[in-house]
Ligand binder design. Structure first.
Ligand SMILES: *[C@@H]1O[C@H](CO)[C@@H](O)[C@H](O)[C@H]1NC(C)=O
Ligand SMILES: *[C@@H]1O[C@H](CO)[C@@H](O)[C@H](O)[C@H]1NC(C)=O
Length: 524
């Protein structure tokens, strides 16, 4: 957190409401991207003021939460430049002058680090030399990259035994940041691995953020922070210069306070990129999709929504929260949807068989891919970066066990290190099996059988069902629906086969507008 502390506070700028010449206040807290753009246009707010407000709020309050790993040292300059451009009539795009925070595994070619939470990459030598495609698309759309957000170290892919850590799976802990805390209740987990990006948006430390998801890493932290999180189809948004877990499942996506903000960000982020071949693979949409065209209040009318009771609802063991989510199903009906209940995924029990391979189907695949994918990422860093391979990272942790392994070890790294390569017939067989059980015989089969447009499931910190969705590389969006008795939100979520984001946005928007369940946390 050194660079954060090093940034000087700019006098007394802790106003929460900015007044214009006519004393019409503009409230930054909970403001949407469109609210902020309107305020820029009416000249009741500048990007510089907005950035100062966020940075001061982070300085004053983030020590309770530990959500921001570093603030862009150039952020004030960038904000002033955005203001000057707007004054000169130049608006780069829909995010012109809007501050965005990136999870600390998405590279920027500026003064900031990219570490996946690990001290092994926290050095000048291992700083990226160029923007990730995500960062460059954000800049082209006018966004200001405010900083980087803390994450569960290596996106929760270092330990299988986080029992020494404060939270299950070592959620929210990293050597780089220490423990990140839930924005709604600091005794509770921030969830992971995109915990920091969720906490920061929930607390209005920034307008929106970008997380990454391999299995629940966007949707779980978004759910427990009252946010809309989109896990896009794998291949819709480029993973260029994003520190990976596994190319079969990794997918970056927006975390925002509303479906509208998330849809605006999707339009900026989606699209083909020669640096990530999967973005060019059919059936990727040839033309960019205008996601904001799908923000329709009556968007659920006529939709067929399936309820996969088996596992996803039946095993969720929190009656009060469940009652709220059941009411949401009723709400879908009132909004004109046809509910197909139950609509089960028949392969779900086979998918979750943990006796397969190196510890279940999904993990077997991830173990093989991580070893190769992390090496490919490290090869893109400067020659001076001493980390070249997974074995270097393992050695680093051993050599720095006092700061990297005080709470948990690196069993996942060690199993991954033990794998061969992606030509191994066992890996190939596992990949085919995962695709079949999650996709063609799993989700696709259920969608065909019940003629569904989407499935509808709860997302809650206390409940981690197997995720055929993540294994198939399919998209998901969640909508806040309620708050538990410890003050922590939970969500409901729509999902569907590849490249259905436009439909999911449409359904989520209709439900969001009918429920408006997001409540901002009380700032400590
Ligand atoms: C790695 O493989 C060797 C040989 O098969 C085995 O003895 C060892 O337990 C494995 N280590 C891990 C961490 O899986
Ligand atoms: C926060 O969570 C703890 C349990 O971890 C609980 O005892 C406490 O009441 C919660 N606080 C609030 C304000 O709900």
């Amino acid at each position: 957190m050194h660079s954060l502390k090093a940034l000087t506070l700019l006098g007394t700028l802790c106003f929460s409401v900015l007044a214009n010449a006519h004393n019409t206040p503009f409230k930054i807290e909970e403001a949407s991207i469109r609210d902020i753009q309107a305020a820029f246009d009416k000249k009741t707010l500048t990007s510089r003021q907005l950035v100062e407000w966020y940075v001061n709020r982070i300085h004053e309050h983030d020590h309770h939460y530990n959500s921001v790993s570093e603030i862009n040292p150039d952020i004030f300059k960038l904000a002033s430049k955005a203001d000057a451009e707007r004054k000169a009539g130049k608006k780069r795009g829909p995010l012109h002058g809007i501050p965005i925070l990136l999870k600390d595994n998405i590279a920027t070619g500026d003064k900031m680090h990219n570490t996946a939470g690990s001290l092994a990459l926290y050095s000048d030598a291992c700083k990226p030399t160029r923007d990730s495609t995500i960062a460059s698309k954000l800049r082209k759309a006018g966004a200001l990259i405010l900083g980087k957000a803390c994450m569960s170290e290596w996106a929760n892919f270092r330990t299988s035994d986080g029992s020494g850590a404060e939270y299950k799976d070592a959620d929210g802990w990293s050597g780089r940041c220490g423990q990140t805390r839930n924005a709604y209740n600091i005794t509770r987990s921030p969830s992971g691995s995109s915990g920091g990006p969720a906490v920061a948006v929930a607390l209005n430390f920034v307008t929106a953020s970008i997380g990454t998801d391999t299995d629940c890493s966007i949707t779980a932290p978004a759910a427990i922070h009252g946010l809309v999180g989109i896990r896009p189809t794998v291949g819709l948004i480029s993973r260029d210069m994003v520190i990976p877990i596994a190319h079969s499942q990794d997918t970056p996506g927006p975390m925002a306070k509303s479906v509208t903000d998330a849809a605006i960000m999707m339009e900026v982020l989606a699209g083909q990129d020669s640096r990530d071949p999967l973005t060019n693979m059919p059936p990727v949409p040839k033309k960019p999709v205008k996601y904001t065209n799908y923000l329709k209040k009556n968007g659920l009318r006529g939709a067929r929504i399936g309820i996969p009771r088996h596992v996803f609802w039946e095993k969720w063991n929190r009656p009060e929260e469940k009652a709220v989510a059941e009411q949401a199903i009723q709400k879908l009906k009132e909004l004109g949807a046809t509910i197909v209940d139950p609509a089960d995924i028949l392969t779900i029990d086979r998918i979750s068989d943990m006796s397969y391979g190196l510890g279940g189907l999904e993990y077997t695949l991830l173990y093989y891919e991580f070893k190769q994918d992390i090496q490919a990422y490290l090869a893109k860093l400067k020659k001076q970066c001493p980390m070249k391979s997974l074995s270097d990272l393992i050695q680093y942790n051993k050599d720095h066990a006092d700061v990297e392994m005080p709470l948990f070890k690196q069993e996942v790294f060690e199993i991954s290190q033990n794998t061969t390569n992606l030509n191994d017939p066992f890996y190939q067989k596992t990949l085919r099996l995962v695709r079949k059980l999650s996709g063609s015989q799993g989700i696709d089969a259920a969608f065909r059988k019940y003629k569904l447009d989407a499935m509808f499931v709860p997302v809650d910190w206390a409940f981690f069902p197997p995720q055929p969705l993540a294994m198939a590389g399919y998209p998901q969006i969640n909508v806040p629906i309620g708050t538990d008795d410890e003050g922590v939100p939970f969500a409901v979520s729509f999902y569907a086969p590849a490249y259905s984001e436009h439909k999911l946005i449409q359904y989520a928007y209709a439900l969001e507008q009918a429920t408006k369940a997001r409540r901002p946390p009380t700032l400590l």
